[in-house]
Structures are given as C-alpha cells and as structure tokens.
Ligand binder design. Structure first.
Ligand code: FES
Ligand code: FES
Length: 132
C-alpha cells in the first residue's frame, strides 16, 4: 500500500512519543483499542488548570504506520487547544490531513477516540474532586 508523505514523515519522526505520570492531576489519559485489528493507542494530555488549555501531549501506539501517524498528528494539533476544542476533533480531519486510504480510516478513528477518552479522563478526575 502506498502511504502518503505525511504518514511516512510522522511514522519516521513521530512527535511527542512517551508518557506522562497517569496519576498527575494535570494529566488526562485515553487508552483505546481497535477492534478491527487489535492495535492499541495511548494518548495523554497535560492541561493548565487555570486556563483549561492543553499545554502538552504524549502518545504511545502499538499499531500500524497510519495509527502511529494519526496519534503523532493529534498530539501536535491539540497543543494550545481547549479541552472542548480537542474533544471536537474529527477522525475525518485526521484522515484527510494524512490522506489515509479507506482501509486505514479506522486508524484515525482510534486517534479520535483516544483524544476524546483523554479529555473525558481529565474532566472526570476534576469533577470528582469538585464534588468531594
Ligand atoms: Fe494491525 Fe494495523 S492492522 S497494525
Ligand atoms: Fe489498525 Fe491502523 S490501527 S490498521
């Protein structure tokens, strides 16, 4: 299969690979798996509690080149975005930017699910505290 230059670039030079401490108050963690292929993606965001803006992001993806490229791209995009902006990110936007072929669309869905899960995890952490 022919990958686009952008996929190859993100695959060869992935941005923001790594992990934050899951227990850190400022961190939201999203961990999702793709039923279609068994690939797993972990995406984390670090949020400024005062502004609600995502200051940094990390990912670890066990999966195909498109999944790695999708998560790498998402970690770049969400920096400087609010939680709601990040949660509104659509897989179609990722697929378009990377020019993913139809059989690889689920890889970008994985990245959308992962960023949504990370935002939800962060919100859950903080609403639990607000109620306590
Ligand atoms: Fe298994 Fe993507 S299908 S790595
Ligand atoms: Fe399964 Fe890409 S995430 S083939």
């Amino acid at each position: 299969m022919a990958y686009s230059d952008k996929v190859i670039d993100h695959y060869e030079n992935p941005r923001n690979v790594g992990s934050f401490d899951k227990g850190d108050e400022s961190v939201g963690t999203g961990m999702v798996g793709a039923p279609a292929c068994g690939d797993v993606m972990k995406l984390q965001i670090k949020v400024n509690a005062e502004t609600g803006v995502i200051e940094d992001a990390r990912f670890k993806t066990y999966g195909c080149g498109s999944a790695i490229a999708s998560s790498s791209l998402v970690t770049e995009w969400v920096k400087g975005k609010t939680l709601d902006e990040a949660a509104a990110l659509k897989n179609a936007t990722i697929a378009e930017e990377l020019a993913l072929p139809p059989v690889k669309i689920h890889c970008s869905i994985l990245a959308e699910d992962a960023i949504k899960a990370a935002v939800n995890d962060y919100k859950a952490k903080h609403s639990a505290k607000a109620e306590a």
